[in-house]
Structures are given as structure tokens and as C-alpha cells.
Design a protein around this ligand. Structure first.
Ligand code: GLN
Length: 235
């Protein structure tokens, strides 16, 4: 089970979200606190963001790797210079049998949204897609979610869960205006800071404002308000 993180709000340095916090993605890559499946997240990492000066409608910038986050001194050096109002990042623990390659690391994109998946799904229940960035289950699932549209995320997740009742389907996706997520089989927490909203597989610091979100829910935020909707699905 991978760990992911999203931010929507006032511009933040990518390093301040991923590398500096005491239990941020960097620490979660070797010592996650709440991970239920897998001990470390050493099979790659990725970050996607929208720099303030890219044009309206321009695709997000991404940096992805198949190496452990802790081993990337170049990223650590550049990350303080990368600032954005909207960031999606992840560290990866590859599921058995899945490829380990940069294109298998989240976030995936359709050119407008950034999307990460914590979990596992039987690839046989997902349609083949010419748009999938990798043969990893998460990339096929991302392609399906992009095809259906993010406004139907809850519906798509419950439909996939009906086809694969053992699937774990924590999704986190954002564009510049909104951030959406599902909890389906793993942890997710939310932090409202006053100047934005963070969603993370586990809290990245000891801020008492972190709240754990219930399983089988859809989460939506515009960077200020956070809405939770229960998802109905197979027992
Ligand atoms: N199944 C996905 C992969 O192999 C996600 C794994 C995870 O959440 N650890 O990349």
C-alpha cells in the first residue's frame, strides 16, 4: 500500500509538503506509521503540481522515479524551489507482480488532473486502455477514472469494488480548482490549515487539527470547505 498526499490552497513549496514534515512522505518512504500492507515504500515516488506561472489549462508538471525517495539528492535540492497551490505526491510499495518503472509511480495524469491510488485491484476487472501510462493496476484504474470523469469518481470506485470485492481503492486526485478522494480499504486524514486543505494517507506532523476520515467515503474540497459523502457498495 502506497502513501499519498494532496494539497490545495495557498502556494507551498513541494519540499515543505513532502520532505520537511517530521512524518512526511520522505519518512513514510521508510517508516510509515499507519500502513496496513507493506513495510516500506521504496519502489518509487512521484509528485505533480501546477506552477503559478504555467498558463491556464496547461498540463501539470510531474517528476516521477522508480527509486526510493530518500535516495534522490537532486530532488531534495530542487524541491524548495517548486511551489504550487495544488500538489499531489506519493511514495510507492509495488504490489506483487506489478512493474517497477517511473511510469508506474503516481501521480498519473490526463493532462488536467493528477491522480494517485493506494491499494490493489485485479487488473482483469479493468478495461484495457490505450491511455494507461503503465500496465500497473493503478494506471489502468486511473485511465478508467479519467475516461468516466472525476465527477463520477464515487460511482466508478463502487462499480470496480463490486467487480473485485477484495479491491482496496483509496484514490486521491486534484486539479487547480478541486481535490477529491475516496477511502476504500485504507487510511486517509484531512488537515484544514486556514490557508488550504491537505489530504494524506497518514498525518505528516502532530498538528492537532488532523482528522481521520471514515472508510468508504468520498471526500471533496475546494481548498476551504470539505464535504464527505458515504459510498454504498458490496459488504
Ligand atoms: N497496486 C499499486 C502498485 O503496485 C499500488 C500499490 C500500493 O498502494 N502499495 O503500485
Amino acid at each position: 500500500m502506497c502513501r499519498h498526499l494532496g494539497w490545495l490552497g495557498a502556494p507551498r513549496a513541494v519540499s515543505a509538503l513532502m520532505l520537511d514534515p517530521p512524518y512526511g512522505l520522505l519518512v513514510q518512504s521508510y517508516a510509515p506509521r499507519r500502513q496496513k500492507h507493506g513495510l516500506v515504500n521504496a519502489d518509487g515516488w512521484g509528485v505533480g503540481f501546477y506552477p503559478p506561472d504555467i498558463g491556464e489549462g496547461a498540463p501539470p508538471c510531474r517528476w516521477r522515479s522508480a527509486a526510493p525517495l530518500w535516495a534522490d539528492a537532486s530532488f531534495a535540492s530542487v524541491a524548495p524551489a517548486l511551489r504550487s497551490e495544488c500538489v499531489v505526491a506519493a511514495v510507492r510499495s509495488a504490489s506483487i507482480g506489478m512493474p517497477i518503472e517511473p511510469t508506474a509511480s503516481a501521480p498519473f495524469t490526463d493532462g488536467s488532473w493528477l491522480l494517485s491510488h493506494n491499494g490493489l485491484v485485479d487488473r482483469a476487472v479493468l478495461p484495457l486502455s490505450a491511455h494507461a501510462e503503465s500496465t500497473v493496476d493503478s494506471a489502468l484504474l486511473a485511465a478508467l477514472i479519467f475516461d468516466r470523469g472525476l465527477d463520477r469518481l464515487g460511482e466508478t470506485v463502487t462499480e470496480v469494488a463490486a467487480r473485485d470485492p477484495g479491491a482496496r481503492l483509496n484514490i486521491l486526485a486534484a486539479n487547480r480548482c478541486e481535490m477529491v478522494a475516496t477511502t476504500w480499504g485504507d487510511t486517509l486524514s484531512v488537515l484544514r490549515t486556514g490557508d488550504g486543505v491537505a489530504l494524506a494517507s497518514e498525518p505528516y506532523d502532530d498538528d492537532p487539527r488532523w482528522e481521520d476520515l471514515p472508510d468508504r467515503h468520498l471526500v471533496h474540497t475546494d481548498g476551504t470547505a470539505v464535504q464527505l459523502t458515504a459510498l454504498k457498495g458490496p459488504a
